[in-house]
Write a protein that binds this ligand. Sequence first.
Ligand SMILES: [Zn+2]
Length: 113
Amino acid sequence: MGAVPVYRWRLAPDGLATRRQLRAAGLRPGGQDVVAQLERPRRRRGPLVAFLYRIDLALPVRPMTTARRAALAAANQARRTCPTCGRDAGYVIPTRLGECTPCAFPNSEQCAA
Ligand SMILES: [Zn+2]
């Protein structure tokens, strides 16, 4: 990273925002380089530094893609599937039991409502 202008905290020029500020606006830096940084002096420690990005180059936060959605669903499905009976328990298998409750407690009566 080359030398970028440094601004005092709260004196950032218009059109620049920190990653956090972009995020609050539903934006992300989008691969652009840091254009400036803010420094807030701290007592007895190095200054607190925040990197600034150009708002006009920021991109919307990437929406969840179909593939990511499917991967998440598969992961959740796996966590709900009992390794003993192979059935979808309908809930996440408790790691303490390692299997669904009918498998963990085969002798307990199911309380059918
Ligand atoms: Zn089971």
